[in-house]
Write a protein that binds this ligand. Structure first.
Ligand SMILES: Nc1ncnc2c1ncn2[C@@H]1O[C@H](COP(=O)(O)OP(=O)(O)O)[C@@H](O)[C@H]1O
Ligand SMILES: [Mg+2]
Length: 287
Protein backbone atom coordinates (compact mmCIF):
# COMPACT_ATOMS: atom_id res chain seq x y z
CA UNK A 1 0.00 0.00 0.00
CA UNK A 2 1.37 3.39 -0.96
CA UNK A 3 -0.02 6.90 -0.97
CA UNK A 4 -1.31 7.63 -4.44
CA UNK A 5 0.85 9.96 -6.43
CA UNK A 6 -0.74 13.35 -7.03
CA UNK A 7 -2.92 13.13 -10.09
CA UNK A 8 -3.18 9.32 -10.07
CA UNK A 9 -6.53 8.47 -11.62
CA UNK A 10 -8.71 6.15 -9.58
CA UNK A 11 -11.28 3.92 -11.18
CA UNK A 12 -14.48 3.99 -9.22
CA UNK A 13 -15.97 0.59 -9.79
CA UNK A 14 -19.55 0.55 -10.93
CA UNK A 15 -20.39 -3.13 -11.12
CA UNK A 16 -20.45 -5.89 -8.54
CA UNK A 17 -17.49 -7.65 -10.16
CA UNK A 18 -15.18 -4.68 -10.24
CA UNK A 19 -16.35 -3.66 -6.75
CA UNK A 20 -15.20 -7.06 -5.47
CA UNK A 21 -11.72 -6.37 -6.82
CA UNK A 22 -11.61 -2.74 -5.67
CA UNK A 23 -9.41 -1.98 -2.67
CA UNK A 24 -11.34 -1.87 0.54
CA UNK A 25 -10.84 1.82 1.24
CA UNK A 26 -9.63 4.61 -1.04
CA UNK A 27 -9.11 8.28 -0.24
CA UNK A 28 -8.50 10.35 -3.35
CA UNK A 29 -7.27 13.94 -2.81
CA UNK A 30 -9.52 14.42 0.21
CA UNK A 31 -9.76 17.87 1.84
CA UNK A 32 -11.77 18.72 4.92
CA UNK A 33 -11.87 21.95 6.94
CA UNK A 34 -13.94 22.88 10.00
CA UNK A 35 -15.14 26.39 10.81
CA UNK A 36 -13.97 27.92 14.09
CA UNK A 37 -16.04 30.25 16.26
CA UNK A 38 -13.74 33.19 15.37
CA UNK A 39 -14.62 32.77 11.68
CA UNK A 40 -11.33 31.11 10.69
CA UNK A 41 -11.18 27.47 9.68
CA UNK A 42 -9.10 24.49 10.78
CA UNK A 43 -7.79 22.31 7.97
CA UNK A 44 -8.32 18.78 9.28
CA UNK A 45 -7.34 16.90 6.11
CA UNK A 46 -5.25 18.35 3.28
CA UNK A 47 -5.00 16.49 -0.01
CA UNK A 48 -5.09 13.04 1.57
CA UNK A 49 -4.73 10.15 -0.87
CA UNK A 50 -4.42 6.62 0.43
CA UNK A 51 -5.43 3.20 -0.82
CA UNK A 52 -5.91 0.38 1.68
CA UNK A 53 -6.21 -3.18 0.42
CA UNK A 54 -8.63 -5.75 1.82
CA UNK A 55 -7.60 -7.51 5.01
CA UNK A 56 -4.81 -5.05 5.83
CA UNK A 57 -4.18 -3.74 9.32
CA UNK A 58 -3.23 -0.09 9.06
CA UNK A 59 -2.24 2.07 12.03
CA UNK A 60 -2.51 5.87 11.88
CA UNK A 61 -0.24 7.88 14.12
CA UNK A 62 0.54 11.57 14.55
CA UNK A 63 0.33 14.50 16.98
CA UNK A 64 -3.02 15.59 18.46
CA UNK A 65 -5.16 17.58 16.05
CA UNK A 66 -3.46 16.21 12.91
CA UNK A 67 -6.71 14.81 11.47
CA UNK A 68 -6.74 11.16 12.58
CA UNK A 69 -10.31 11.13 13.88
CA UNK A 70 -11.50 13.09 10.86
CA UNK A 71 -9.94 10.44 8.61
CA UNK A 72 -11.95 7.69 10.36
CA UNK A 73 -15.20 9.67 10.36
CA UNK A 74 -14.88 10.27 6.63
CA UNK A 75 -14.06 6.58 6.05
CA UNK A 76 -17.30 5.67 7.81
CA UNK A 77 -19.42 8.20 5.93
CA UNK A 78 -20.22 10.07 9.14
CA UNK A 79 -18.94 13.26 7.52
CA UNK A 80 -18.28 14.10 3.88
CA UNK A 81 -15.09 15.56 2.42
CA UNK A 82 -15.18 19.18 1.22
CA UNK A 83 -13.48 17.99 -1.94
CA UNK A 84 -11.96 14.77 -3.19
CA UNK A 85 -13.61 11.38 -2.84
CA UNK A 86 -13.60 8.42 -0.51
CA UNK A 87 -14.85 4.99 -1.47
CA UNK A 88 -15.33 1.64 0.20
CA UNK A 89 -15.33 -1.21 -2.29
CA UNK A 90 -15.84 1.35 -5.02
CA UNK A 91 -18.84 3.05 -3.42
CA UNK A 92 -19.30 6.06 -1.14
CA UNK A 93 -19.18 4.90 2.50
CA UNK A 94 -22.37 4.72 4.55
CA UNK A 95 -22.44 4.03 8.28
CA UNK A 96 -23.86 0.53 8.85
CA UNK A 97 -23.15 -3.00 10.00
CA UNK A 98 -20.38 -3.57 7.43
CA UNK A 99 -18.21 -1.12 9.34
CA UNK A 100 -17.43 -1.38 13.04
CA UNK A 101 -16.44 1.89 14.71
CA UNK A 102 -14.78 2.12 18.12
CA UNK A 103 -15.07 5.78 19.07
CA UNK A 104 -12.57 7.76 21.12
CA UNK A 105 -15.29 8.31 23.73
CA UNK A 106 -17.20 5.11 24.51
CA UNK A 107 -20.66 6.19 23.29
CA UNK A 108 -22.47 3.49 25.23
CA UNK A 109 -26.22 3.60 25.85
CA UNK A 110 -26.43 4.48 29.56
CA UNK A 111 -29.84 2.89 30.20
CA UNK A 112 -28.99 -0.43 28.54
CA UNK A 113 -26.99 -3.20 30.18
CA UNK A 114 -23.58 -4.26 28.89
CA UNK A 115 -25.25 -7.15 27.05
CA UNK A 116 -27.99 -4.82 25.78
CA UNK A 117 -25.40 -2.42 24.38
CA UNK A 118 -23.79 -5.17 22.33
CA UNK A 119 -27.13 -6.66 21.25
CA UNK A 120 -28.35 -3.25 20.12
CA UNK A 121 -25.51 -3.03 17.61
CA UNK A 122 -26.73 -6.31 16.06
CA UNK A 123 -30.34 -5.28 15.53
CA UNK A 124 -29.91 -4.41 11.88
CA UNK A 125 -28.42 -7.83 11.12
CA UNK A 126 -30.51 -10.76 9.98
CA UNK A 127 -30.31 -12.65 13.28
CA UNK A 128 -32.97 -14.14 15.54
CA UNK A 129 -33.17 -12.82 19.10
CA UNK A 130 -31.40 -15.90 20.45
CA UNK A 131 -28.67 -15.73 17.79
CA UNK A 132 -28.20 -12.07 18.68
CA UNK A 133 -27.85 -12.93 22.35
CA UNK A 134 -25.41 -15.76 21.66
CA UNK A 135 -23.30 -13.54 19.42
CA UNK A 136 -23.26 -10.73 22.01
CA UNK A 137 -22.27 -13.16 24.77
CA UNK A 138 -19.47 -14.61 22.62
CA UNK A 139 -17.89 -11.19 22.14
CA UNK A 140 -18.40 -10.18 25.78
CA UNK A 141 -16.50 -13.31 26.74
CA UNK A 142 -13.76 -12.42 24.30
CA UNK A 143 -13.20 -9.06 25.99
CA UNK A 144 -13.51 -10.60 29.47
CA UNK A 145 -16.82 -9.00 30.46
CA UNK A 146 -19.14 -11.99 30.88
CA UNK A 147 -19.50 -11.32 34.62
CA UNK A 148 -20.64 -7.76 33.92
CA UNK A 149 -23.22 -8.60 31.25
CA UNK A 150 -26.10 -7.32 33.38
CA UNK A 151 -24.27 -4.23 34.68
CA UNK A 152 -24.95 -0.74 33.36
CA UNK A 153 -22.23 1.46 31.82
CA UNK A 154 -22.32 3.82 34.82
CA UNK A 155 -21.17 0.94 37.01
CA UNK A 156 -18.06 0.23 34.94
CA UNK A 157 -14.52 1.60 34.96
CA UNK A 158 -13.24 3.47 31.90
CA UNK A 159 -11.30 0.42 30.75
CA UNK A 160 -14.35 -1.80 31.03
CA UNK A 161 -16.48 0.68 29.06
CA UNK A 162 -13.80 0.65 26.42
CA UNK A 163 -14.01 -3.13 26.24
CA UNK A 164 -17.81 -2.99 25.83
CA UNK A 165 -17.28 -0.58 22.95
CA UNK A 166 -14.80 -3.00 21.44
CA UNK A 167 -17.17 -5.99 21.83
CA UNK A 168 -19.96 -3.96 20.25
CA UNK A 169 -17.84 -3.07 17.21
CA UNK A 170 -16.55 -6.63 16.79
CA UNK A 171 -19.88 -8.41 17.32
CA UNK A 172 -21.25 -7.27 13.96
CA UNK A 173 -18.29 -9.11 12.39
CA UNK A 174 -17.75 -6.19 10.02
CA UNK A 175 -15.57 -6.21 6.91
CA UNK A 176 -13.94 -3.00 8.06
CA UNK A 177 -13.03 -1.92 11.56
CA UNK A 178 -12.32 1.73 12.32
CA UNK A 179 -10.76 2.15 15.75
CA UNK A 180 -10.02 5.53 17.33
CA UNK A 181 -7.46 5.10 20.10
CA UNK A 182 -9.40 2.08 21.36
CA UNK A 183 -6.95 1.11 24.09
CA UNK A 184 -5.99 4.59 25.30
CA UNK A 185 -7.79 4.32 28.63
CA UNK A 186 -6.68 0.79 29.50
CA UNK A 187 -3.99 -0.02 32.04
CA UNK A 188 -0.77 -1.44 30.59
CA UNK A 189 -1.55 -5.11 31.29
CA UNK A 190 -5.12 -4.98 29.95
CA UNK A 191 -3.88 -3.07 26.95
CA UNK A 192 -1.38 -5.77 26.09
CA UNK A 193 -3.99 -8.51 26.51
CA UNK A 194 -6.41 -6.60 24.29
CA UNK A 195 -3.72 -6.15 21.65
CA UNK A 196 -3.16 -9.91 21.61
CA UNK A 197 -6.93 -10.55 21.45
CA UNK A 198 -7.34 -8.06 18.64
CA UNK A 199 -4.60 -9.78 16.64
CA UNK A 200 -6.32 -13.14 17.20
CA UNK A 201 -9.65 -11.75 16.01
CA UNK A 202 -8.06 -10.04 13.05
CA UNK A 203 -6.16 -13.20 12.12
CA UNK A 204 -9.33 -15.27 12.19
CA UNK A 205 -11.59 -13.03 10.13
CA UNK A 206 -9.13 -10.54 8.59
CA UNK A 207 -11.30 -7.44 8.55
CA UNK A 208 -9.60 -4.38 7.07
CA UNK A 209 -8.55 -2.29 10.07
CA UNK A 210 -7.79 1.41 10.36
CA UNK A 211 -6.46 1.85 13.87
CA UNK A 212 -5.61 5.27 15.36
CA UNK A 213 -3.10 5.27 18.20
CA UNK A 214 -0.70 7.59 19.96
CA UNK A 215 1.59 4.70 20.74
CA UNK A 216 4.46 4.01 18.34
CA UNK A 217 4.97 0.56 19.88
CA UNK A 218 1.30 -0.33 19.52
CA UNK A 219 1.28 0.78 15.88
CA UNK A 220 4.35 -1.30 15.05
CA UNK A 221 3.21 -4.36 17.01
CA UNK A 222 -0.23 -4.51 15.40
CA UNK A 223 -0.06 -3.11 11.90
CA UNK A 224 1.05 -4.17 8.43
CA UNK A 225 1.43 -0.52 7.58
CA UNK A 226 1.88 2.64 9.65
CA UNK A 227 0.60 5.96 8.30
CA UNK A 228 2.28 9.02 9.86
CA UNK A 229 0.20 12.19 9.75
CA UNK A 230 0.85 15.81 10.65
CA UNK A 231 -1.39 18.88 10.23
CA UNK A 232 -3.88 17.10 8.00
CA UNK A 233 -1.31 15.56 5.69
CA UNK A 234 0.12 12.09 5.25
CA UNK A 235 3.88 12.38 5.71
CA UNK A 236 4.91 8.74 5.46
CA UNK A 237 3.44 5.32 4.77
CA UNK A 238 5.70 2.67 6.26
CA UNK A 239 5.39 -1.08 5.77
CA UNK A 240 6.20 -3.03 8.93
CA UNK A 241 8.42 -5.99 8.00
CA UNK A 242 7.75 -8.10 11.14
CA UNK A 243 6.59 -11.67 10.47
CA UNK A 244 3.22 -12.88 11.75
CA UNK A 245 2.02 -14.27 14.04
CA UNK A 246 3.83 -11.73 16.20
CA UNK A 247 5.02 -12.46 19.69
CA UNK A 248 4.97 -9.08 21.36
CA UNK A 249 8.11 -9.67 23.45
CA UNK A 250 10.10 -11.03 20.51
CA UNK A 251 8.92 -8.21 18.24
CA UNK A 252 10.21 -5.58 20.66
CA UNK A 253 13.74 -6.92 20.42
CA UNK A 254 13.64 -7.28 16.61
CA UNK A 255 16.17 -4.98 14.92
CA UNK A 256 13.65 -3.78 12.30
CA UNK A 257 11.22 -2.92 15.08
CA UNK A 258 13.85 -0.95 16.98
CA UNK A 259 14.94 0.96 13.88
CA UNK A 260 11.37 1.87 12.91
CA UNK A 261 10.51 2.76 16.49
CA UNK A 262 13.43 5.19 16.72
CA UNK A 263 12.58 6.68 13.34
CA UNK A 264 8.92 7.28 14.22
CA UNK A 265 9.72 8.59 17.70
CA UNK A 266 12.20 11.10 16.31
CA UNK A 267 9.82 12.27 13.61
CA UNK A 268 6.90 12.73 15.99
CA UNK A 269 9.08 14.50 18.56
CA UNK A 270 10.34 16.91 15.88
CA UNK A 271 6.78 17.51 14.65
CA UNK A 272 5.58 18.35 18.15
CA UNK A 273 8.54 20.63 18.91
CA UNK A 274 8.13 22.56 15.66
CA UNK A 275 4.32 22.89 15.79
CA UNK A 276 3.36 26.39 17.05
CA UNK A 277 0.05 24.93 18.32
CA UNK A 278 1.85 22.42 20.54
CA UNK A 279 2.47 22.99 24.26
CA UNK A 280 6.07 21.88 23.64
CA UNK A 281 6.70 24.24 20.70
CA UNK A 282 10.31 25.41 20.53
CA UNK A 283 11.41 23.51 23.62
CA UNK A 284 14.98 22.22 23.70
CA UNK A 285 15.14 18.62 24.85
CA UNK A 286 18.16 16.78 26.27
CA UNK A 287 19.31 19.72 28.41
N1 LIG B 1 -16.37 18.95 14.58
C1 LIG B 1 -15.34 19.80 14.52
N2 LIG B 1 -15.54 21.14 14.60
C2 LIG B 1 -14.51 22.00 14.53
N3 LIG B 1 -13.22 21.63 14.39
C3 LIG B 1 -12.96 20.31 14.31
C4 LIG B 1 -14.00 19.33 14.39
N4 LIG B 1 -13.43 18.09 14.28
C5 LIG B 1 -12.10 18.31 14.15
N5 LIG B 1 -11.82 19.63 14.16
C6 LIG B 1 -10.48 20.22 14.01
O1 LIG B 1 -9.83 19.54 12.94
C7 LIG B 1 -8.48 19.26 13.27
C8 LIG B 1 -8.25 17.76 13.24
O2 LIG B 1 -9.01 17.14 14.30
P1 LIG B 1 -9.04 15.59 14.59
O3 LIG B 1 -9.36 14.88 13.32
O4 LIG B 1 -9.96 15.38 15.73
O5 LIG B 1 -7.54 15.31 15.01
P2 LIG B 1 -6.88 14.11 15.84
O6 LIG B 1 -7.87 13.01 15.92
O7 LIG B 1 -5.64 13.75 15.08
O8 LIG B 1 -6.52 14.66 17.20
C9 LIG B 1 -8.21 19.91 14.63
O9 LIG B 1 -7.69 21.20 14.41
C10 LIG B 1 -9.60 19.99 15.24
O10 LIG B 1 -9.68 21.06 16.15
MG1 LIG C 1 -8.71 12.08 17.60
Amino acid sequence: MTPLAAGTPIEHAGTANTAARAPQLVFDHVNKAFGRSDGSSALALADVSLSIDDHKFVAVIGPSGCGKTTLLRIANGLIAPDSGTVSVKGRPPVPGPDTGFVFQGFRLIPWATVLGNVEFALETLDLSASERRDRANTYLELVGLTRWATSYPGQLSGGMKQRVALARALAGEPQMLLMDEPFASLDAQTRELMQIELLHIWNRRKPTVLFVTHSVDEALLLADTVVLMSTGRILEVIDVPLARPRQLDAARSDQDFITLRNHLWNRIRDLVLTDPASAFFGRELNQ
